[in-house]
Design a protein around this ligand. Structure first.
Ligand SMILES: Cc1ncc(COP(=O)(O)O)c(C=O)c1O
Length: 398
């Protein structure tokens, strides 16, 4: 049976807007809170980089503060950051963007919030891959929209079949949410998949809302097929990203949304009524990050690649877990045998071995028998965690 998607306890206090019932108690929070009461926990649960932000980026934020950059910026964002983003995307995808195509937000989270809540309304359908990052479905449902899940399968390394997405489009479909590289699976959709979906969506008048926060966590020298490199114009796309993962700046809270000038004008007004502007000194830090070269990213990729490769080996040695080689982000989403409840396993693993993973069901209904393992932690922690997990799994008779 599908788990209830809401905390019924909250519904007993009439003060709250019933729309809040769509916001679940995040499975991640539940596990991390439980872990906080235990000693000697190794976290394979973390969703943010464990490296420090580059020194020149931190310095730029400090300098901005010292220079008195403590007021509001323009509502669309600091002009210098908008220019830097337009140049950066222009070079990356050979696509001409102007600052009017960009809105700077408080992390990708605000950009996702704006995109989904500005378009969702009762009866409108949104196609969302399952499993997916847990923000999308509640934000769609909050405004009465309907989530149409397209399950991906472990045996295909959670690749999204573009035909499944196209077949799910109907008269009530307003948008398709994509997230590549994916949280929780680390899957990257190949260019053919993104192009097929973007083309069909534009033809059918449906938006593609693409969450690309992991767009630099792409391994093995693979080319990254961002939506901006797969669409002929911006009329039906909204691309979201941020500095959080690429430059280890999650706490600095700077993200952005790229769309047609008309869409940006609309969202800009909405943004003024939600957060007004993003953090000013951290926008200066963002300018430094974009103008500062790829050195940091390359070092980070080398480190994550080492961890990923070792994690793939360790998962292959673990009884009852079936893995694959993720191509991006810093997650692996191995499966337990069919019918085994990942939530129960994650809870027992935490209590009995003090290793914290996240149950697959946190990310959708189609993968209750999976665990999300994050390798945004040291190689040493990964080794130590599997020294506990492997003997524990050997004892299970799933
Ligand atoms: C897929 C995905 N999108 C968005 C976010 C949020 O990014 P930000 O820190 O820029 O708000 C995360 C954070 O974990 C994520 O995994």
């Amino acid at each position: 049976m599908a788990k209830p998607d809401m905390d019924f306890y909250e519904s007993q206090d009439p003060i709250w807007n019933p729309a809040l019932l769509t916001i679940p108690v995040p499975g991640i929070r539940r596990m991390v809170n439980l872990a906080a009461n235990l000693d000697d926990v190794i976290h394979l649960s973390i969703g943010q980089p464990d490296m420090s932000a580059p020194a020149h980026v931190v310095e730029a934020a400090v300098e901005a503060l010292r220079a008195g950059q403590t007021g509001y910026t323009m509502d669309a964002g600091l002009p210098e950051l908008l220019e830097a983003l337009a140049d950066y995307y222009g070079q990356r995808y050979q696509r001409a963007l102007t600052p009017e195509n960009i809105l700077v937000t408080t992390g990708a989270t605000e950009a996702i919030y704006l995109a989904l809540t500005a378009t969702s309304a009762p009866g409108r359908e949104f196609i969302v891959p399952d499993p997916s990052f847990m923000l999308y479905a509640p934000l769609i449902r909050m405004n009465g929209g309907v989530v149409k899940s397209v399950p991906t399968r472990a045996e295909n390394n959670h690749q999204l079949d573009p035909q499944d997405v196209i077949d799910a489009i109907d008269m009530n479909t307003y948008a398709i949410v994509l997230n590549s590289p994916s949280n929780p699976t680390g899957t990257i959709y190949p260019r053919e998949t993104v192009e097929a979906i973007v083309e069909e969506a534009a033809y059918r008048g449906v938006y593609v809302i693409s969450d690309e926060v992991y767009d630099h966590l792409v391994y093995d020298g693979r080319e990254y097929p961002g939506v901006l490199s797969c669409c002929s114009d911006l009329d039906h796309v909204m691309v979201v990203s941020s500095f959080s993962k690429t430059f280890s700046m999650a706490g600095m809270r700077i993200g952005w949304l790229i769309a047609s000038q008309g869409a940006i004008r609309k969202l800009r007004r909405y943004h003024m009524f939600t957060t007004t502007v993003a953090n000013t000194p951290c926008q200066w830090a963002g300018v430094a990050a974009l103008r500062g070269g790829r050195g940091f990213i390359d070092e980070m990729l080398a480190e994550y690649t080492r961890r990923r490769d070792r994690l793939v080996e360790l998962v292959a040695q673990t009884p009852h877990l079936t893995g694959y080689t993720p191509e991006g982000a810093f997650y692996l989403f191995p499966s337990l045998p069919e019918g085994i409840d990942g939530e129960n396993v994650a809870l027992r693993l935490l209590k009995e071995t003090r290793v914290c993973t996240i149950a697959g069901g946190t990310f959708g209904d189609s993968c209750n028998n999976a665990l999300r393992i994050s390798y945004s932690t040291s190689l040493d922690n990964i080794e130590r965690a599997f020294e506990r997990i492997i003997p524990w799994m050997e004892k299970q008779d799933f």
